[in-house]
Design a protein around this ligand. Structure first.
Ligand SMILES: Cc1ncc(COP(=O)(O)O)c(C=O)c1O
Length: 433
């Protein structure tokens, strides 16, 4: 198990740790101290630096994987630790689970709380973001018949289903918004403010911090503040934001948040987290399977049954690696890679880029659509063409009010050249569509 992380409080301490992490990477990998002194912006464009980091990832060389939104592969150091833990758990079996896991889990929880900027008792581990958000949405107990719940076209499929199921169960109405396209930061605030004013029955709002369909990054903190003034609770789906951007629970601002650790933190598959702000626990009913002694704590808001112990044990290692890269460095590099292809396809007539250039409204993920190519079949065909003629792997996304699209998600092991290849492929494709 890793170092015991002291119980810091929030933002300032986190930033200090992040800064220390950059130096740690260079020292441990023998990289030059010069690199440490570059700002994240300069470092983002340093292909040599990122090429050396890419060596930490065992990536299939046969494809250019620009679909890193599904989950984030572990770096080699994290994978090695994880495999050790798998062996240990398998060898020590129930002896480990019954006698030692509790202590390890407590250490892991302090670390997770610390990295999320949360207080002790505000976080519980889940197997993914879905489980966290199901617990929050399914357990939300403040609705009365005739109230309404609100969500949008860009939210995640299963969270939309959960909101609809909740509404049906509580005899509430559903307000399903179509996020304007194109949009702007202030436009989004006005849009949500108007939507809430026009639907005064809404009591619960689902917001997705970084959308999986187009990559739009919502100003969740500002929208949550607007909602709060109107007496509306907000559940934030942060499956894609934590680790892709340098955020913690205060930056998100909501009382109820679902996180993934296996997307952008690079933990093994099968770990996520639920956050409930301290004084809001009562708003989420205990899980159906909660045991009596869990009902007064966040542990009772989710009931996973047996977890993958080894995956949980590897969480601090994943955070260590994440901090070694540097939270700001990673975020800035992902944004840089996004710009590398986006800026090179701007001149393609009819190609729509579905996230605004305003840095407040996107991170690394961005989708595109060729004008008029709005069906799922159209976009699946584009994905196939990119793969078969260029070895570039992307994915189509549907459910966007204005039509399907293709999503591009670089990771830190991708190069600017990968993005250039995508831009070239889109230029060639445009002439054939
Ligand atoms: C926005 C968003 N929310 C939730 C999820 C669900 O994550 P998981 O399948 O890891 O539970 C995803 C997965 O891609 C997502 O993109």
């Amino acid at each position: 198990m890793n170092q015991q992380t002291p119980q810091f409080s929030r933002r300032t301490a986190l930033k200090t740790v992040a800064a220390a992490g950059i130096a740690g990477l260079s020292a441990s990998k023998g990289r030059t101290m010069e690199a440490d002194n570059k700002t994240a912006m300069t470092l983002a464009a340093d292909e040599n630096h990122w090429a050396s980091i890419a060596k930490d990832f065992d990536v299939n060389p046969d494809i250019i994987n620009l679909e890193n939104g599904y989950w984030g592969i572990m770096s080699r150091p994290v994978l090695a630790k994880y495999l050790d833990y798998v062996q240990r758990v398998n060898r020590d079996s129930s002896y480990y689970a019954r006698r030692e896991y509790g202590k390890d889990l407590a250490t892991v929880m302090r670390r997770v709380e610390h990295e999320l900027g949360a207080n002790k008792g505000e976080v519980v581990l889940t197997r993914n973001a879905t489980e966290a958000l199901q617990g929050l949405i399914g357990g939300y107990n403040r609705l009365q018949a005739g109230d309404a719940v609100m969500f949008a076209d860009l939210d995640y499929y299963s969270m939309i289903s959960a909101m609809k199921t909740l509404a049906a169960r509580e005899q509430c109405k559903v307000v399903n918004l179509a996020i304007p396209e194109p949009t702007s930061h202030d436009g989004l605030l006005e849009f949500y403010s108007d939507a809430l004013k026009n639907n005064p029955n809404v009591r619960l709002l689902l917001l997705t911090h970084i959308g999986h369909r187009t990559g739009l990054m919502m100003p969740v903190k500002a929208i949550t503040a607007i909602a709060r003034k109107m007496g509306v609770d907000v559940i934030v789906d942060a499956a894609h934001s934590f680790g892709q951007v340098d955020v913690d629970v205060d930056d998100i601002g909501a009382d109820f948040i679902g996180f993934n650790l296996h997307k952008w933190i690079g933990a093994p598959l099968g770990v996520g987290a639920m956050y409930i702000r301290q004084n809001r626990l009562e708003t989420i009913a205990p899980n159906l399977s909660a045991e009596e002694d869990e009902k007064d704590s966040i542990q009772g808001r989710v009931h996973t049954g047996t977890m993958n112990f080894a995956a949980v044990m590897a969480i601090p290692d994943a955070f260590d690696y994440h901090l070694k890269i540097g939270k700001q460095n990673k975020e800035t590099r992902l944004r840089y890679l996004r710009d590398q292809w986006v800026n090179k396809v701007r001149d393609i007539k009819g190609l729509e880029i579905l996230t605004p250039d305003d840095a407040r409204l996107h991170a690394g993920i961005t989708s595109f659509r060729f004008a008029g190519k709005t069906s799922v079949a159209d976009n699946k065909a584009i994905v196939e063409q990119l793969l078969h003629t260029n070895n570039i792997f992307t994915t189509h996304r549907d459910g966007v009010a204005k039509g399907a699209c293709v999503r591009v998600t670089p990771s830190i092991y991708n190069s600017a050249q990968d993005c250039q290849k995508l831009a070239n492929a889109l230029h060639r494709m445009h002439t054939t569509l």
